[in-house]
Design a protein around this ligand. Sequence first.
Ligand SMILES: Cc1ncc(C[n+]2csc(CCOP(=O)(O)OP(=O)(O)O)c2C)c(N)n1
Length: 659
Amino acid sequence: MNYNRKEYSEEELIQLYRALLKPRMIEERMLVLLRQGRVSKWFSGIGQEAISVGSAMALEPDEYILPLHRNLGVFTSRGIDLGRLFAQFQGKTHGFTKGRDRSFHFGTNEHHIVGMISHLGPQLAVADGIALADLLENKEKVTVVFSGDGGASEGDFHEALNVAAVWGLPVIFLIENNGYGLSTPSNEQFKFKHFIDKGPAYGIDALQIDGNNILEVYDTVRQAAASIRKNPRPMLIEAITFRMRGHEEASGTKYVPQELFEKWAKKDPVENFERYLLDELVLTQKAMESIKEELKAEIEEGLQTAFAEPMPTANREQELADMYKPFSQEVIQPAGEGKTERRFVDAISDGLRQSMERYPELVLMGQDIAEYGGVFKITEGFVDKFGKDRVRNTPLCESAILGVGLGLSVRGQKSMVEMQFADFVSAGFSQIVNNLAKSHYRWGQHADVVVRMPTGAGTAAGPFHSQSNEAWFFHTPGLKIVYPSSPYDAKGLLNAAIEDPNPVMYFEHKLLYRSISQEIPDDYYTIEIGKAKTVAEGDDLTIITYGMGVHWAKQLQQELADASIEILDLRSLLPWDKDAVRAAVEKTGRVIILHEDNMTGGIGGEIAAWISEHCFELLDAPVARVASLDTAVPFAPPLEQEFLPRQRLREKAEAMLNY
Ligand SMILES: Cc1ncc(C[n+]2csc(CCOP(=O)(O)OP(=O)(O)O)c2C)c(N)n1
């Protein structure tokens, strides 16, 4: 192997050697423990250590690095206490996830590491978010994020590189090209020859290096980082390497030709560097042995600490509470008496503007939201007031932008991501339900992101611009969901959602934008998340609903003037107001749950089940649900009207009143 030590001192070389040896020695020990059944699963990085170690050592300690499942060397190079690291591997409380996630699936802000989720691709955009925060704060920092050659086939890879290129983000995308994605060789994974060929296609500088050569990795990343700090931009570094063991220990290596192992064994990053240091007289055999003894002692001590710790005991309240960053909302009343008549759309805009004034760290991102003002004109004029740094047009890439939101949160910023239509959130689904929602529970990192969701049918817009998809998120612990039905609530709930440090899905019905208006306070105010509101008092029947359903219920009330109908507007869907639902059931004994979403698997099912279970004695009639048909949303108005539940609401209400 060709080492070029350049100006690096003996101390630096020895430091690198020590850092390189550490993950190798830990792994060798882990493989023994695995055979003894004392460790459950192991993804080996043997043969690839130079990449993890060289890159981590090349950064400043406060620069973020986002490793994958083979990058033990990143964690060890950041000086993580081995007792704690091994406790993490064993699912112990003292680890980084309180036993909630395994192996390398954790982050630690103390060490400026954000670990992966299993999905391989999503963290690439999180790196973009961290880098964006650095860029906005003129920090002159660089972020390094890893991808395998297999993971690079995910769409997230493309999105993250593209966003980084367009926004000039200081990120190094470090691709560990080890020739295999699990058992699949490169020629079945992609058609191009080298990953560096992709750089120019994105407008990104790209370099290829020998990933087994610690000095080459270290020196390349150091130089790239120094250049990026001064001149922020992304860079792609392809490190050619090889995985000397199976994908994970249970998967074996039968799918890899033996000659490859023989070829790459000669290029072992640790053995070659050892030989080089001995030849260069940087280290003696004796000094090397003593480094090994020291590391061995550190590893054994760490193992003892981790093994001595008992398995965690589950505390139900704690488990449930930790899904969210603790936050006790203090409802803010408007400072003055002033009120203005505002349409629903203007109320949202007003709240957003005031939140932008209140939180200088709040960044808005979405397609066409800058000069164009968004397709619904909610951010019209915002660029002039707040500038393009904070009101950001994004490329067409929902997943990456949601990941950027999480990255901004890591760096203490707030963000609002506008979906152009709620329907398009499916393109960013994994980021929301896997990354944003689970991050606090897993390793204590909250996602301070509000996702605005222009939703709903009635506009003859067909199956892909009309969906109600709140139930997709209702099922995901870690998220909050709010869904206002009036201009007053729209402003107050949006402000509350932005104030809340947890990820909040904010649904806004498009048909309400310009069809309703109300006098609302001019000043900033918030509404309690999780609190329903009785919008009409009645004694015969309660309609529990939200969003457009509130307006249908009000119209029905007028149509059935002889009946006394109570309407409860949930306003928040996650958490939803169980006390208010119970009180409403108690009052009338007859309940219809109404929503625009499809019937099957809709939120009404959950509420109906809860009422049946907890309020059975209060009921005078079976709990009823009224919802849209279980079809896609049709385009032609007569079909759409049949799809929507308005007509069925009247029939059901009459039946319930006569029950
Ligand atoms: C979205 C997703 N699909 C499938 C998997 C299962 N899986 C885990 S690792 C892996 C191979 C990854 O290959 P590569 O990115 O080249 O990294 P390497 O394991 O070679 O380091 C696969 C298919 C996953 N974790 N996530």
